[in-house]
Design a protein. Sequence first.
Length: 253
Amino acid sequence: MNFSLQDDACGHADYPEELSILFIGKELFYSNQTLRSVQTEFGVRAERLDSLDDLPVGSEKPGSTERIVVVDQMMLEDLLARPNDYARLAENGCLAFAYRKKSPARILFERWDRVRFGNIGYLPMNVAPDVWRAILRLLMHEELHLPCFLADIMAATPSAPDVPIEKQPATRTRSPEKLLQYAKLTRREKQVLRLVSRGKSNKAIASKLGITEHTVKLHMHNVAGKIGVSNRTEAAHFYFEVAPNEARSAPVG
């Protein structure tokens, strides 16, 4: 079942009209009142689906609309069973996992392939309303929240020196610091970085992503600042280190 309160949305200077938030989960956890408060607070369209199967035909295709997809912890098994479907749904925005207990979040963190399907933000549901709204606001700016108990897992997980780096799980073989730096990049910045790592020019990248060369330069400026590099070669080396499987085998198109 699909619920939308777009007629109640109020304008908000910080967010474009094309931005929307899709909550996937039961009404018990995302009531119409919650959706309405989100729209009033942030001035965006808010919708809810009981499950991904309720998505209208054609809505799963990437478009110009930026979509924040928030998946409830009750959908954990489905999220892990078809991660590509969820990642594609949030391709022009970001994906987040709403949890009330730490164990589902921990399971997802350990089993989610961030190299193949991108990063996921985490949205705690058992926090004060102002904290919850602050984290949701971060998601709207594609700044993904990682709880301390999950960050500690990443920092404490040892690498496997006897296994070739390209065959080791992403969270167990990459520098934790660099993985955290990579997680700070927006989806578009990661797309630009990926193409830069393949030697593409600004003109080629602009044509590929449907943006201007000036915008490409701005994205690369932001990328360089976030990952601490000074040129495209260093950026490419950084990308090969944090996402070697994707960098070597994923198709450009």
